[in-house]
Design a protein around this ligand. Structure first.
Ligand SMILES: [Zn+2]
Length: 179
């Protein structure tokens, strides 16, 4: 009788362990969408583009920005030109953006620009609050602002978008100040 009770206790423990493992596996499967970016056409800004991706990776858990492996189509392409930095989204996590020298030449902090433009790809619109603590305030914050990280609300919004895979419309976002 004692042995039988001990055996049934063991069976219960084993079942509980399997249950925990199944639950953990389920969470792991649901998490982390990987988006591939191609910085090879961003000219002198390759390392700044990488930094923008790394800044997001350090603050969000449901999506990761990775350099595109050879032979794979990127979700995101990054270019550079003499205009304003700007992003063209096609859907959540997909699109392309420009590192624009017009803002760089005005002295805007380059990693803030790159992290901000990735933010549009991750589903965040411009919010011109003028606050340096807001990444998506973009050019409305002073040129002296060197905050290149999303705040906790911005990071939570991105996590939510990729948890529920929100639909976002195709759009253009431009860094240009005063618009
Ligand atoms: Zn913007």
């Amino acid at each position: 009788m004692a042995l039988r009770r001990r055996l049934s206790t063991l069976v219960l423990i084993a079942a509980a362990l399997v249950g925990v493992q199944l639950a953990t596996a389920g969470v792991a499967q649901a998490a982390v969408r990987v988006l591939y970016y191609d910085a090879s056409q961003s000219q002198e800004f390759v390392s700044v583009v990488r930094q923008g991706a790394a800044n997001w990776n350090s603050r969000v858990t449901n999506v990761r920005l990775e350099p595109v492996p050879a032979g794979r189509t990127p979700n995101i392409r990054v270019y550079a030109d003499n205009g304003w930095p700007r992003t063209y989204t096609t859907s959540l996590g997909n699109g392309y953006w420009y590192m624009g020298r017009q803002a760089v030449n005005q002295g805007y902090y380059q990693p803030r620009i790159s992290t901000h433009e990735f933010g549009h790809i991750l589903g965040l619109p411009d919010r011109r609050t003028g606050l340096c603590a807001d990444l998506m305030s973009g050019s409305s914050a002073p040129v002296s602002c060197t905050n290149a990280f999303p705040n906790s609300t911005e990071a939570a919004t991105v996590n939510n978008r990729f948890r529920s895979l929100t639909t976002v419309p195709a759009r253009e976002f431009v860094w240009q100040p005063g618009v």
